[in-house]
Design a binder for this molecule. Sequence first.
Ligand code: NAD
Ligand code: UPG
Length: 442
Amino acid sequence: MNIAVIGTGYVGLISGICFAEKGNHVICVDQDINKITALQNLVSPIYEPGIEAFMERNVQAGRLAFSSNLIQAVQDSELVIIAVGTPSLPSGEANLQYIEQVAAEVGRAMNGQKIVATKSTVPVGTNEKIREIIAQQTEQPFDIVSIPEFLREGSAIQDTLHPDRIVIGLDNRELEAVLVELHSSFTDQIFVTDIRSAEMIKYASNAFLATKISFINEISNICEKVGADVTEVAIGMGKDPRIGPSFLNAGIGYGGSCFPKDTKALIQIAGNVNYEFQLLKSVVEVNKAQRYKVIEKLKESLGQLNNTVIGIWGLSFKPNTDDVREAPSLEIVEALISLGARLKLYDPVAMDKFRERFDHPAIEWCGNALAAAANADAVCLLTDWQEFKELQLSQLIYLMEQPILIDGRNVYTKEQIEGAGLHYYSVGRPESTPAYRPQVRI
Ligand SMILES: NC(=O)c1ccc[n+]([C@@H]2O[C@H](COP(=O)([O-])OP(=O)(O)OC[C@H]3O[C@@H](n4cnc5c(N)ncnc54)[C@H](O)[C@@H]3O)[C@@H](O)[C@H]2O)c1
Ligand SMILES: O=c1ccn([C@@H]2O[C@H](COP(=O)(O)OP(=O)(O)O[C@H]3O[C@H](CO)[C@@H](O)[C@H](O)[C@H]3O)[C@@H](O)[C@H]2O)c(=O)[nH]1
């Protein structure tokens, strides 16, 4: 099939590449000329493991191209996929300005029958709005479908090539066969439903996963007080197939471009029909508070933070991505600086993206994890990158001013900590080392 994908962010670019990988002819469009130029030179604007090899293979096979010419791309395609951003407005509601702009541009470009599919996460009823906007611009026949995207950053290509399920929302049953056929090379778990339900499935799924995380984080806070171990609790809970083992990792809470934005948007979607989504409001509040646990633990171990030196391991909101949108690190770094700490920051790939968002004279940018720990009074691990898990922790005692490690993602085992000579604090697990008596820097 000939496909145009509008928006070459995480979703548009990865979907475009994966549809091409399955033999379709795809043209990916973006209004950002710099992105398009980079892509035409086979340079990915996002960090995603394996992406450049997939891009190169499909471009060389003549199945994938990049352009800023939306009109041409739409005219050459039977299926137009909208994958532009839907960021939060200050109210928490989804900002639909990019969606509406693209719908109008697609409408003006139409030269014959098209299917217009929305992959962006949009509030219930948005696809109907898209239909109206397109219809105002063209007399050409077209159909609207909702195909929400469930990929995760860091494993986006594998998630797209091997999804757990694909949801297709449509109101013209004649399209079912062609859309199921298009997606059947990815999975046989294809659920066809109506458009409004498809839109809601996306928000409900993200809200449920966020709820699991806030739930286990609250359990971890109680575990700390009663002497239980949240990792053991999560394993025991997860053995019940009704609960499942995934998304029960306690830590400093969820970040990223999706959970924070989509939970707030769903609260607003409910509010717009006079429904107060109490449970989800609590999930958001719990998540906000959880980030500060790291700072509480630092205060517990160091007393006060003014004039201390703190090493930070990990800035991206999760491993295997350079995305720092709504990363817990942003709030934690700002809070530590406001408390008078000097910081030594290291992340394997996200330092440039972080620095574009936040920089300060109190920050020293470090080339590796050990450099960030050198002469520090404490190190805080904020992202569970594999390279941090593989560090020889016994080196820290020789490097650090005070041997304190705060593990915000529970990555280290008892065996790794034992014998390392550190004072180790994690989340919801009994402390495996004695509490530290701070030395105050003059
Ligand atoms: N990032 C994820 O992991 C993920 C996963 C599932 C769903 N989603 C949803 O998918 C949507 C896109 O997310 P993203 O992270 O890929 O966004 P993004 O911000 O990374 O990319 C959006 C792209 O759209 C482009 N764009 C905006 N207006 C345009 C226009 N008029 N014409 C052409 N291009 C235009 C921007 O330049 C940008 O490159 C959002 O609704 C998001 O909630 C994201
Ligand atoms: O047990 C867990 C699992 C995740 N997280 C955190 O939750 C956030 C989100 O993680 P993840 O879901 O893996 O990443 P995303 O790329 O944001 O993907 C989510 O958001 C996407 C955008 O909507 C959806 O498509 C995906 O299905 C959904 O998992 C990260 O900060 C993680 O550190 C935890 O704290 N504990």
